[in-house]
Design a protein around this ligand. Structure first.
Ligand code: F6P
Length: 381
C-alpha cells in the first residue's frame, strides 16, 4: 500500500512539468495518497526540502495546467552520485551523497519517488532504484532524445515555438532578400530542428545526425536564387557539425566536472557567414534559446503530460517500480529503467548527455527524414 509519494522535476525545464505534477497529484488524491514536491530536483532529496502538494482550494497544485516552468523548481547540476561539495576552505570535491538521500527518503516515509526528467535524471533514477528506492520515471525534455519512448513531454511546445519563429523569419527574410538562419536547441539530437523545419517550410535543416557539407546547403540556396526566390530559411540544430569537424561549444561549466557541463551554441552565426560568402545573399542569424523551454504548453503537451502523470501514478499503484512511463506504438506503456540506461550501467559513474548515455537520435529511415528529403529540404549531405 502506498501512502506517501514524492515528485521531483530535474534537468532543464520544459513546458508541461506542471501538467505532469498536477496529473500525479489528482490521481493520487483519488486513492488517498499524500503527495510532496521535492524542491529543486535531486537537491531537495539531499536537503530534505519537501513541500505538500494538493489540489485543495489553496493547494499548490491547483490552476497549474497552463503554466510554464516548474512549481517545485528543477536543477541542471544535481547528480547526487557525483555531487559538488564546496568545503569551508573553498576547495571543491565531488562526493557520492546518495546514501544520505536514501536515508532522508526513508525517514520521511516516501513509498515512491517520481522522477520527471531526461536521460541524466533517469540514469540517477535507475541508480537509486538499484539501491532499493521505489522509483518511477517520466520522460521529459524539449530535445526528445530519451531512449525507449516515442515522445517526451515539452518537445511539442519547443517545436511549436520554433515553427512560429520560422514563420516570422520568413516574412522579414523575403522582404529584405536575406538568408535567415535559425539556431535551435536539441543537444546531440536534431528532433527540434528537423520537425520545426518541416512545420515551418524551411529550405535547409542541419542536424547533428548528418555532418554537413556547407557547399551542399549553398547549392540549394543558389538553385532557389536561379528560380527567382531571393531568400532562404535555414534551421541549424545547436549540435550540428561540419563533415570532419566538431560541434560548437559555447562554454563549459565547472571545467566539465560533475555532470555533463558542456553548453552547446554558436553554430548559427558561423553557418550564416559561410552561406553569405558562398551565395552572395546577405545572411542573418537568430538564436532562439530559452523561449523554446518557457511559457505555456501546447494542447498536445498538456494532454501528453497529463497522460504521463496518470500512467506514472498507475504504475505506482500496481507496484511496478524501477520503470519509466513511455509511449510505445502510440499508447501509454512502461519499460524498465535498466532498458532506458542501456549500456551505461555503472552506478553513478556517468550522468546523462555523455558518450556512454543511451539517447535516442534521428535515424536515417525515420519518416521525418524521408519526408524532409522528398519535399526538397536540404540536409547538408
Ligand atoms: O536539454 C535541454 C536543453 O535545453 C538543451 O536543448 C540545451 O542544450 C540545454 O538544455 C541547455 O542547458 P542549460 O539549461 O544548462 O543552459
Amino acid at each position: 500500500m502506498i501512502k506517501r509519494v514524492g515528485i521531483l522535476a530535474n534537468g532543464g525545464d520544459v513546458s508541461g512539468f506542471n501538467a505532469v505534477i498536477r496529473a500525479i497529484v489528482k490521481t493520487a488524491e483519488n486513492h488517498d495518497i499524500e503527495c510532496y514536491g521535492i524542491v529543486d530536483g535531486y537537491n531537495g532529496l539531499l536537503k530534505k526540502d519537501f513541500e505538500r502538494l494538493t489540489t485543495d482550494i489553496h493547494g499548490e497544485a491547483l490552476g497549474i495546467l497552463p503554466t510554464g516552468g516548474s512549481i517545485i523548481g528543477s536543477s541542471t547540476n544535481s547528480n547526487l552520485f557525483n555531487y559538488k561539495v564546496v568545503n569551508e576552505d573553498g576547495s571543491v570535491e565531488y562526493k557520492d551523497m546518495s546514501d544520505q538521500a536514501i536515508q532522508n527518503i526513508k525517514e520521511f516515509g516516501f513509498d515512491c519517488i517520481f522522477t520527471l526528467g531526461g536521460d541524466g535524471t533517469q540514469k540517477s533514477a535507475r541508480d537509486f532504484s538499484t539501491k532499493g528506492v521505489n522509483i518511477i520515471g517520466v520522460p521529459k525534455t524539449i530535445d526528445n532524445d530519451v531512449a525507449c519512448t516515442e515522445i517526451t513531454f515539452g518537445f511539442n511546445t519547443a517545436v511549436s515555438v520554433a515553427m512560429e519563429a520560422i514563420d516570422r523569419l520568413h516574412t522579414t527574410g523575403a522582404t529584405h532578400h536575406r538568408i535567415m538562419v535559425l539556431e535551435v536547441m536539441g543537444r546531440y539530437a536534431g528532433w527540434i530542428a528537423l520537425e520545426a523545419a518541416i512545420a515551418g517550410g524551411a529550405d535547409v535543416a542541419l542536424i547533428p545526425e548528418i555532418p554537413y557539407d556547407i557547399e551542399s546547403a549553398a547549392r540549394k540556396i543558389k538553385n532557389r536564387i536561379n528560380r527567382g526566390k531571393k531568400f532562404a530559411i535555414v534551421v541549424v540544430a545547436e549540435g550540428a557539425k561540419p563533415k570532419g569537424g566538431e560541434m560548437t561549444i559555447e562554454n563549459t561549466r565547472d571545467n566539465g566536472s560533475g555532470v555533463d557541463n558542456t553548453k552547446l551554441g554558436g553554430i548559427g552565426p558561423i553557418v550564416a557567414k559561410q552561406l553569405q560568402d558562398l551565395t552572395g545573399l546577405e545572411a542573418r542569424n537568430t538564436t532562439l534559446g530559452y523561449v523554446q523551454r518557457g511559457g505555456t504548453p501546447t494542447a498536445y503537451d498538456r494532454i501528453l503530460s497529463t497522460e504521463y502523470g496518470v500512467k506514472a501514478m498507475q504504475l505506482a499503484l500496481e507496484g511496478k517500480f524501477g520503470t519509466l512511463a513511455v509511449v510505445k506504438n502510440g499508447k501509454m506503456d512502461s519499460v524498465s529503467l535498466e532498458e532506458v540506461v542501456g549500456n551505461n550501467k555503472e552506478i553513478g559513474a556517468v550522468s546523462g548527455n555523455t558518450a556512454e548515455s543511451n539517447i535516442r537520435k534521428i535515424k536515417m529511415d525515420d519518416d521525418i527524414v524521408i519526408t524532409a528529403r522528398n519535399i526538397g529540404i536540404n540536409l547538408g549531405d
